[in-house]
Design a protein around this ligand. Structure first.
Ligand SMILES: C[S@@+](CC[C@H](N)C(=O)[O-])C[C@H]1O[C@@H](n2cnc3c(N)ncnc32)[C@H](O)[C@@H]1O
Length: 236
């Protein structure tokens, strides 16, 4: 099986315990990262979102945060589409998130028209996409001019502060054990720290966004850089 298919299969396998583990492993802090990311992107957008496309949506969690942030900021989300290649995740998303359209798709081949969205998001998903350049090109294609993209991701930090070392220790030693215990999958939560180490640096991802045609609006670390938010805009 090729690498991308193996990753998708792995997410299918862990989908039943995915939401519960997310909350346990991040001590619930991921809620704040998601909420703050959505609020910051809505502030940059400055108007209601006509069509939100959440790529690598998983169980659709981020769409719920988008809606909550939309209400809080007075810039509501009028329509939402969630895309993911793992059917197991989509089944849960359809049960959990009402009034959204969920479709099976990979990030580098979005089943959407050019300029058909004004907000694209991907939370903790871009690291799992083998063809990142292809995905960013697709985000740019489906966004209308003036539209925004929000990326939330765990980035590795080459400079080694005490906090970096502690979070690496947690990711490498504690998280795989707890993950394996609850999901009954020995591989999946070893893959997480490995994929973070193997992924691009913040600077490289910023460069890729610029190459895809985006203007960078904000790059911000949350909780000592464990999670990083990228907000970019399609010019026009
Ligand atoms: C860590 S989960 C994140 C899910 C959700 N966005 C969240 O914040 O909880 C990563 C998701 O990426 C999806 N994925 C894997 N490869 C992908 C690809 N090539 N294109 C789009 N999504 C992909 C997986 O199926 C999985 O649902």
């Amino acid at each position: 099986m090729e690498k991308q298919q193996r990753i998708i299969q792995m997410f299918n396998d862990i989908s039943p315990t995915y939401d519960r583990l997310n909350r346990i492993l991040s001590f619930g802090v991921d809620r704040r990262w998601r909420r703050n990311g959505c609020l910051a992107a809505l502030k940059a957008h400055g108007r209601p979102v006509k069509h939100l496309v959440d790529v690598a949506t998983g169980t659709g969690d981020l769409i719920l945060f988008w809606r909550e942030a939309g209400k809080a900021s007075g810039t509501p989300i009028e329509r939402a589409t969630g895309l993911d290649p793992a059917i197991g995740m989509l089944t849960l998303a359809r049960r959990k998130v009402k009034n959204a359209d969920f479709q099976e798709a990979q990030a580098n081949a979005l089943p959407l028209e050019d300029n058909s969205a004004d907000m694209v998001s991907i939370s903790y998903g871009i690291r799992n996409v083998v063809d990142v350049d292809g995905a960013l090109k697709e985000f740019h294609r489906v966004l209308e001019p003036g539209g925004h993209v929000l990326i939330l991701e765990f980035m590795s930090h080459p400079e080694s502060t005490l906090m970096d070392r502690m979070s690496r220790l947690y990711m490498n030693k504690v998280l795989p054990k707890v993950g394996a215990m609850i999901s009954k999958d020995n591989q999946a939560y070893t893959y997480l720290p490995e994929s973070i180490q193997a992924f691009f640096s913040t600077e490289q991802l910023v460069e890729k966004l610029a190459t895809a045609g985006f203007e960078i609006v904000q790059v911000k670390d949350d909780t000592f850089g464990i999670s990083t938010r990228f907000i970019a805009r399609k010019p026009g």
